[in-house]
Design a protein around this ligand. Sequence first.
Ligand SMILES: *Cc1c(COP(=O)(O)O)cnc(C)c1O
Length: 461
Amino acid sequence: MTAPPATRAAPFSATYRCGEGCDFTAPLTDVIYRCPRCQGLLEVEHDLAALRTRSATEWKALFDGRFRLGPWPYGSGVWGKKEWISPQLADANVVSMFEGGSPLLRVDRYARELGLDDVWVKECGVTHTGSFKDLGMTVLVSAVQEMRSRGRPIRAVACASTGDTSAALSAYCAAAGVPSVVLLPRGKISTAQLVQPIANGALVLELDTDFDGCMKVVQALSETPDIYLANSMNSLRIEGQKTASIEISQQLGWTVPDWVVIPGGNLGNASAVGKGFTMMKALGLIDRLPRLLVAQAEHANPLYQATTGAGLRAVPGVAVKPMTARRTLASAIQIGDPVSAGRALRSLQALDGLVEQASEQELADAAARADRAGLFTCPHTGVALAALEKLAGRGQIKKGERVVVISTAHGLKFSDFKVGYHDGTLPGLRSPLRNPAVRVEASLGAVQDAIAARHGRAARG
Ligand SMILES: *Cc1c(COP(=O)(O)O)cnc(C)c1O
């Protein structure tokens, strides 16, 4: 085996630039989230000319040589692509939990039920804190370390969260020894998600409001530069999240699926998918883009309402109107006023995207159906799968097309949802695929009877 080419000392660079097109730039170590001229969100812009000094073949070899193996921190799925993420950051400031490198599974039994034959699930929830939020949080907390090492007085890092962001933030901050503060909508996140920041020592504040209400408070809180904002309006996180797309392509031998399906709430991740693929194409690692399907819960569907399922190319000038999100089992995407809507629309446009929605019944059944084929899906992944099922049912996604569904969290973080489904106690829902435990007497005969009831009698002989 030949060793991957050694890293050269940072000829590469990235800066903040106004995402709305103003001529504003700032270093990534500035405490800034919006363009001071137009209040638009900032994007991280890479010096593509510098990155082009390496060929696509060289980049692939470098990334493949590091994947899950490289010397610390390059074995991380995120830091193995450091030149494309945060090239100037000192290695000593990287706070990594070996995130990324998650499995990409082919799910043939599930695909057959949908009349498809090439469906994959990118298991982004198989990671340190059990959701794909680790991918972005490692970048953000590493940047905080770098700022603190240069003497910036950051007292704490704060976020509003529907659960997974707070879990990731508090874990990475605890690893780095940085104080964290998390604002959660009381009673609207799972028990497992709530206990994660508690265990990691964050200051956990439960607010009697919804996510959008928490978001308003945390934005006001972070107006003083000593409280650093960790929500996904902070573009550093998008840089890490985009590695999910790069890994998908890498794990498929640097090829491109026909479709990528992702659930959307605040819509930072839908935009990150676009960013990963467009960057790979710009640097010649791939020669085309996949189509993007963003899936929303019907109870929190401002993007769907703005597009009504039509392709983004068919609906120019879409404006996403804020709504009050209703309660959904997919609690991590119960968001009515998505902060990254503009960015997501640009990604949908670039990737010839579509938006679909899923009702509570549809998401619960899709999750259960996938579980019956061996997965263990969270409700948000259920939303993505339900959207896929609808497009497959309408023939918009066809047999022969390769589909990758991004699974965003580990099902074990949402055991209440699973238990409720199989007990048949989810309010207002049916459980057609329910498989409750059978209580039997502690005897051989009773167990044999139960097996016979499910699988028939044993053949005699
Ligand atoms: C955050 C999250 C999402 C949605 O990502 P956005 O960038 O907010 O659209 C989906 N699923 C899970 C499990 C999440 O934690």
